[in-house]
Design a binder for this molecule. Structure first.
Ligand code: PFF
Ligand code: NA
Length: 446
């Protein structure tokens, strides 16, 4: 299979596309509730640390492989391994990535569907004048309604697969150009409004005064997994985008910009959300419903609240849309590599993800007490194991491949940061990132 000739139209377009993949539920939904469940500041600090020493270098590794191979992940891995004269079994890493994103997309689509429902409800004034307990009860009633959840899950998946069927690189650029700035603006307004709340002070203290006494190996595992998840690293999904990266763009600069934007979105969302939590005396560890309950409460106080709340869920929906398109890409490009047409591949992937997503839907009603691992039901398992185990494992193999296996000349060129930049990157990946993932994973196992 030949190299792709398609490129993002500009350097900015590449950064926007990767930011589109990175910024999503991970920042606005998952970050606040995981931070809440893991005690606040110490977790936040660990997660930011992991973004810097693991997420960023491995993100570069992943994009480098795609950029050097300029093919689908499986084919790029096979081709670079061939050039080096080693085993073509490395290509199975691409398949593992496709399996990981398959699991992730099945719950991602369900939760993204929640924002469709909430957007409609907000715009139509459904939250107007409701108190915090009423909003909480409304959310519980929504979760207990599998039909309504399935409808939204279906809608979201169709939205995703339609774009993927048409080919990713084209449709996305303009959307990202508009969407990202709008999302940042609205989050800044929200965080600014949070400053006026009684809970702002306690929220800041809780978010930024670390207490390391409560640290366990499991908290390390959660923080590491979240760093990979939020940056979209470890599933070969960014590898697929790297294939379209233009020449003459230094990768560390681009990757750094994405990581900064991604962390900023999470922090702004965290400040907005936890200010409400502490103002209302809610529980930070309340779980996956956190955003969907706190933000309607926050907006209820603002002038024009229903409109702004609706707008927020619209932007969240668009942000998750660009992420889910990225999530679907490794699977679809794998099937296309096996000879399926893009449309057929998108249809097949969509159907399978839809079916598994139904199990996630039912995890909030009839299957809620079916515990698969420990206390976790089906939704608990797919929203925990793939992000926290599969992504770091995939990231580990990606790092090993980029820093030890692929031809050095290719790696040097794909990083595009000069010989010294390359040496620094490689030293960090070899002697910091790779050992650290191993240590954290093993400490979690024990
Ligand atoms: N980074 C996305 C988010 O924060 O919502 C989720 C994600 C996308 C994870 C793509 C993994 C991936 F390959
Ligand atoms: Na993210």
């Amino acid at each position: 299979m030949n190299q792709t000739l398609e490129r993002w139209s500009s350097r900015r377009a590449f950064i926007l596309a990767v930011t589109g993949a990175a910024v999503g539920l991970g920042n606005i939904w998952r970050f606040p509730y995981i931070t809440g469940e893991n005690g606040g500041a110490a977790f936040l600090l660990l997660y930011v640390g992991f973004v810097v020493v693991l997420g960023l270098p491995v993100m570069m590794a992943e994009i480098m492989i795609g950029r050097a191979g300029r093919r689908s992940p499986m084919q790029s891995l096979a081709e670079l391994a061939r050039q080096r004269g080693t085993s073509s079994h490395w290509k199975w890493l691409g398949l593992f990535g496709a399996f990981t994103v398959f699991c992730i997309l099945s719950f991602y689509s369900v939760v993204s569907g929640w924002s469709i429902d909430f957007m409609v409800k907000a715009f139509s004034g459904g939250f107007a004048g409701q108190s915090a307990p009423q909003i909480g009860a409304g959310f519980d009633a929504f979760l207990a309604d599998p039909l309504r959840m399935t409808l939204n899950h279906t809608l979201f998946l169709v939205m995703t697969m339609v774009v993927v069927a048409a080919g990713v690189a084209k449709g996305l650029e303009r959307l990202n150009n508009l969407l990202m700035p709008a999302l940042y603006l609205l989050l800044i307004v929200l965080a600014g409004h949070a400053v006026t709340m009684d809970g702002f002070g306690p929220a800041m203290a809780w978010l930024f005064t670390p207490d390391f006494s409560a640290l366990t190996p499991m908290v390390l595992v959660h923080a590491m997994g979240h760093a990979f998840f939020t940056l979209a690293v470890g599933a070969c999904a960014l590898m697929a985008y790297g294939a379209y990266m233009p020449d003459h763009q230094s990768l560390p600069g681009a990757a750094g910009a994405v990581a900064v934007l991604d962390v900023l979105v999470a922090l702004l969302a965290g400040i907005a959300i936890f200010s409400v939590v502490f103002t209302q005396g809610m529980d930070p560890g309340e779980g996956p419903g956190l955003v969907f309950v706190t933000l309607p409460v926050a907006f209820a106080e603002l002038p024009g609240g229903p409109f702004w709340l609706g707008l927020f869920f619209l932007l969240l929906l668009l942000a998750t849309w660009t992420s889910s398109i990225n999530l679907a890409e490794p699977m679809v490009s794998t099937l296309v590599g096996w000879g399926l047409s893009r449309r057929m591949a998108a249809l097949a992937v969509g159907l399978c993800v839809w079916l598994v997503g139904l199990l996630c839907v039912l995890s909030f009603s009839s299957l809620s007490d079916v515990h698969l691992i420990g206390e976790m039901n089906f939704f608990g398992v797919v929203s925990t194991i793939p992000p926290e185990i599969f992504l770091p494992l995939g990231g580990l193999l990606i790092a090993i491949f980029a820093a030890w296996v692929m031809p050095e000349q290719e790696a040097l060129r794909a990083l595009d940061a000069g010989p010294n930049g390359f040496r620094v990157w490689r030293a960090v990946v070899r002697w910091v990132s790779i050992p650290l993932v191993l240590v954290v994973l093993f400490s979690g196992l024990l």
